[in-house]
Write a protein that binds this ligand. Sequence first.
Ligand code: HEC
Ligand SMILES: [Cu+2]
Length: 385
Amino acid sequence: MLEVGGPPVQRPIEFDRAGSWLYHSSFPSARESARCAFDGMREGVTSVEGPRFRPARVIPALMTVGLVLVFVACSGDPYPQSTLHPTSDGGTAIDRLFSQIFWWAVVVFVVVESALLYTVIRFRARPERGDPKHVHGNTLMEISWTLAPAAILVFIAVPTILTIFETDGSAPANAIQVEVIGHQWWWEFRYPQLDLVTANELHIPQGHPVQLIMSSADVIHSFWVPKLHGKRDVMPGRTTRLAFTADSVGTFLGQCAEFCGASHANMRMRVMVQAPSEFDAWVQAQRQSTPVDTADRRVVAGRQLFGRTCIACHAIDGIGGAIGPDLSHVGSRTTIAAGILPNDSAGLTRWIGNPGAEKPGNLMPQFPLEPDDLAALVAYLRSRR
Ligand code: HEC
Ligand SMILES: [Cu+2]
C-alpha cells in the first residue's frame, strides 16, 4: 500500500491507512510511531489511500494564522463598527454586561488552568514512583466544584436578565419615533411625528430618546449599528422595537445582520447623530419641497425624464411609487443604494446606468438611457437637496 521513491524500504510496522495508523491500538508505542512518521517524511513516502498527518505542514499554517491575528490586533484602525465603544445608554448597558461576563470567564480560566498546570507538573510520572494511589472521590471538592459554577451562573444570569429588560425597546413618551422598514436591500426611515421620509441615513438628535418601530417589507432583516446598540430583528408582519439615547455626535455605521438574499452584504446604513440644533435644521430642510431650478436645462430635462420612468417606483414630494427609496431630498444624502456608492455625479451615474452591476439582484431595472439623458437625471437628482 506504500509508494516509495526508490527500492522498497523495510519497515517495522505495516499500515494501510494513513489516517488511522496513529490511533491503531496494536501500535507498539508512541515513540515508535513518531519515528515511523519521521522516516516517512524523510523518504517522501506517500500513501495511496488517504492523507497523511504531517506536523511539518501544520506548523507553518498555525504560525500564519497566529501572525495574521497579531497583525489584525496591531492595526491602528478606529474600528468604526466595534461594539466595545458604545455611544448610547442601551449600548453601554450591553457593554457593561459583556465586561462582567468576560471577567467571570477570566476568573474561571485562570483557576482551571492553574489547577491543571499544577496537577500536571506536581503529579507527573517519575521512574522512582510506582502507580498513583487510587481514591474514590472527595466530598468536599465535589460539593465545591458543583456550587462554584452554580454561583457564577447566578452572577451572570441576574445582570443578563436585568439588561434584557433595560433594553427591551420601551421609550419615554417624549421619544422621537422612527419607523424603520427593511427592504431588500435598503432601509426606509419614516418619522410619523415630523412627517418626513428618508432612506439609508438615519438622522437623530444627540441626548434625546429615540424609539425605532421596526418591520420589514419582505424578508427578515436585522438592524445593527454596533456602536449604538445591539442587533434587533426586523420581520414582516411583526413589530420590533429599539429605544436608546445617543450620547455622542457623529456618524455611525451599521448593516443588516440577518442574511436576507443576494445583496445582504450591500444593505448598509449610517446613523447621523447631530447636535439638537443641527437636527432641527435638518428636519426643517427635509420637510420643505426643493424648488426646481428652471434655469438649468439639464435639471428640467432630468425632471421630465424622471416623471416618465422613475416615478413608478420613487416618490418625490409625495408623488410616485414606494418600491424604491423616497428621492425628495436624495441630494442631501452622503451615499446612495444603502451605503455602497458615494452620492456624487460619478456614483449616481454608475448606479442609474446599471444598478444590477453595483448591487446584484436588486429591484431597480437597468434603463437604456442615452448619455445625455443619464446626465440630465443625475443633475436633477443632485439638485434635490
Ligand atoms: C422598478 C422600480 C424602480 C424603478 C422604475 C426605478 N428605481 Fe431606482 N431604485 C429602486 C429600488 C428598489 C432602489 C433601492 C435599491 C437598493 O438600494 O437596494 C432604487 C434606488 C435608487 C437610487 C438610490 C437612492 C438612495 O437613496 O439610496 C436612486 C438614485 C435611484 N434609484 C434612481 C432611479 C432613477 C433615476 C430611476 C429612473 C431612471 C429609477 N431609479 C427607477 C427601484 C426602482
Ligand atoms: Cu437585510
